[in-house]
Design a protein around this ligand. Sequence first.
Ligand code: NAD
Length: 492
Amino acid sequence: TSAAIDEPIKPSIQIDHTQLLINGKFVNSASGKTFPTYDPRTGEEIAHVAEGDAEDIDRAVAAARKAFDEGPWPKMTAYERSRIMLRFADLLEKHTEEVATLETWDNGKPYEQAANIEIPKVVRMFRYYAGWADKIHGLTMPADREYHVQTLHEPYGVTGLIIPWNFPLLLYSWKVGPALACGNTVVLKTSEQTPLSALYVSKLFHEAGLPPGVLNVISGFGPTAGAALCSHMNVDKLSFTGSSATGKVVLGMASSSNLKPVTLELGGKSPFIVCKDADVDKAVDLAHFALFFNQGQCCCAGSRTFVHESVYDEFVEKAKARALKRAVGDPFKKGTEQGPQIDNAQFQKILKYIRSGIEGGATLETGGEQLGSTGYYIKPTVFSNVKDDMLIATDEIFGPVQSILKFKDLDEVIQRANATSYGLAAGVFTQSLETANTLTRALRVGTVWINCYDIFDAAIPFGGFKMSGHGREKGIYGLSSYLQIKAVVSPL
Ligand code: NAD
């Protein structure tokens, strides 16, 4: 370890909401149990949060069922639903500072990133889906004989939404936004590492006029609360974001209970391909951003940087220089680019991958160890001479570790980029339209960013090929995953 991190800056807010949110009220868990949530800067407890389990999921599903079957939500006009969502977006925007503070405290992400990038995207997402609420409609279509045929697009009913810790509120918005816009009700299971911000903003949602039971929030663990939600017979649709390993378990529970449909957003090992004609300086900056953003804890992190041999040495030199300049420190401090990793388990896992890279013979250009001695800070790490079969090139590290690989020609890089069970995203860096087209068509991934990375506007669909998931979130594709289609046929 080296260079100490400054004394942690004390956040300027009180934590008021630590209970479960069921039927519009904050309540204790049925068992009375709580669990601690930790500050990743120090490993110290921030607060104790009610620990939901199967019984609480049952209560929440019952409330969501009632709000769907009897309650006002699906019976309201779509315009009224839209207005509540817009009011919520306004309230959230007004409370950006508090919400971003909670997000940073619980997750460790830079405050400026939360306040200036993520919360505005959450607000935008709710406005986007509020705009869709009253524009959902079916089609009429011709029949072979004399029938009138139309489709109705209807909500599923009770949706179970499960989110991870890396973007607690952003992923909340990707799921809660379209689910509610379509007229579904929701039971949300947040991540045990980051339960705080969802509780806070869901209270704002009720202030905006959301009826009780429409949005229920359960803090708790995966194998208890999460599993109860996935296997619940009265949940009509699941949407899960997390690791591919958990995704398999979730799908199994959905199919062995009531066969509820499942949207899965899972892990990745995304290639970032720098061709020989790329603008190297720009590619270095974007490759750095693609990997290190959010402490490297992104499902779509560009975690295999493939660089053409003709620009490889220059690229590695500049990538190292950029990593050395990265501002790592207290996420509440102005100008901080990188805060701590989420928790000790992730921190240890990342250090283990770094050791495997060194032992496997990759060249450690910079970083490779803890920064300071408290909390979970890791020095921005760059490996060159990485081979395809090294663990740092095959596994999702979920940390600030850039692996740079060398390639000779397009056919080879296409084959190597696709040689993974993941298929979430890819970056393509070239000034040739032809090369961009060739790579775009050949890569088996859900998103290709050409000469850019991590562009997440509300209308752009996001999701994976292969073991990176099923279905799409955001945009009109995300909306359709919360709608049933009913065909209605009558004689003319
Ligand atoms: P995780 O799979 O461990 O946990 C995700 C969520 O699932 C948590 O809320 C957890 O409590 C819950 N869970 C765990 N076990 C469960 C079970 N048996 N039944 C039901 N729920 C269960 O993942 P994580 O470590 O929190 O998040 C990191 C992973 O998420 C990475 O693999 C990352 O790539 C992925 N991710 C994907 C996307 C995407 O959109 N594709 C976005 C962000 C993160």
